[in-house]
Design a protein. Structure first.
Length: 136
């Protein structure tokens, strides 16, 4: 799977495999490479459903307010409106495939490419434009 674009989002590599232009806006497919302890903050999408598949490594997933183990091969569905996240709970770099429907959220990744946690005010402003909210 050769990515159409590779981004650095808050220190993590995101390979965009398919985007909205390729799927008639139906979906986006990305692979996120996550260091031990890494992963996005808890968040909620108002527009997209996400399906995660652990490709490599050991992960934990937050769903319905509970953390649970997500070993290699595990598939997790996070419907829009649910607070969710994942983290690499292992000792090696892991990879997570993320199917996002409908497409469009790849634009968020593109707009925050290269930003750091020091840019959080800017990231929060961009997030709002994509119907994304963070929940610490």
């Amino acid at each position: 799977m050769k990515p159409v674009k590779t981004l650095k989002v808050l220190g993590e590599r995101i390979d965009i495999i398919t985007n909205g232009a390729m799927t008639n806006r139906a979906s986006t497919f990305v692979i996120q490479t996550t260091a031990p302890g890494g992963g996005p903050p808890p968040h909620k999408h108002s527009r997209e459903d996400e399906t995660f598949t652990v490709l490599e490594g050991d992960f934990e997933v937050l769903s319905d307010g509970q953390w649970r183990s997500a070993p290699k091969g595990e598939v997790i569905f996070a419907p829009r409106g649910s607070v969710h996240t994942f983290r690499n709970s292992g000792t090696t770099v892991g990879r997570m495939a993320v199917f996002i429907a409908p497409a469009g959220f790849e634009g968020f990744f593109e707009q925050i490419d290269g930003l750091t946690p020091d840019d959080m005010a800017k990231i929060l402003g961009i997030a709002g434009k994509f119907g994304l909210s963070f929940h610490p």
